[in-house]
Design a protein. Structure first.
Length: 179
């Protein structure tokens, strides 16, 4: 090691002397830190309040979405109800209405209902005879001997329905028994 490293020219600068003019007093430092703390605490409280407001608004929006989610669906079913009420009113006013006329009205109302369901993404599950049995879409009521491949649909007892890839009700089917 060289002696020059310890000479005063290369020595690190000494800390400034603790004169009242040069360095802030402990009281001044404390006051500055308290002011900074108050500022940070205020910012924290504001951020916390904002987060709480955002959470509350989100909960309100979710609540409204749940409450009014069926509004569109209900709106599309109103014409179906109107048609059924009109049919009952017509039948009450004219009891001798031919069965064919009533049947036409029922068929038209059924078409209205099918259209309303379709508009609201309620899809029918009605497997064709011979379709492969799918336990995710179908519920087997019984297995019957049939002249078709085992585990295929023989008949549909009740249609199923799904909405947005979720099964509301599986189709009730009979399935071909193994031979």
């Amino acid at each position: 090691m060289s002696d020059t490293a310890h000479t005063p020219e290369h020595a690190p600068e000494a800390a400034p002397s603790a004169t009242p003019d040069a360095a802030p007093s402990i009281e001044q430092q404390l006051a500055e830190l308290q002011a900074k703390h108050a500022e940070v605490a205020d910012a924290y409280l504001r951020a916390k309040a904002e987060a709480e407001n955002v959470r509350r608004r989100a909960e309100d929006e979710i609540s409204k979405a749940r409450k009014f989610a069926v509004e569109s669906f209900a709106e599309s079913l109103l014409p179906v109800r109107d048609s059924l009420e009109a049919a009952l009113a017509t039948q009450a006013a004219k009891p001798d209405t031919p069965v064919e006329t009533v049947l036409e009205g029922v068929q038209a109302t059924l078409r209205q209902l099918a259209s309303a369901l379709e508009r609201n993404k309620v899809l029918e599950i009605n497997p064709a005879q011979g379709a492969r049995f799918d336990p995710n879409l179908h519920q087997a009521i019984s297995m019957v001997p049939a002249d078709q491949e085992a585990n295929t649909v023989v008949g549909v007892l009740q249609k199923g329905y799904s909405i947005a890839d979720r099964i509301l009700r599986p189709a009730l089917v009979t399935v071909a028994a193994p031979k």
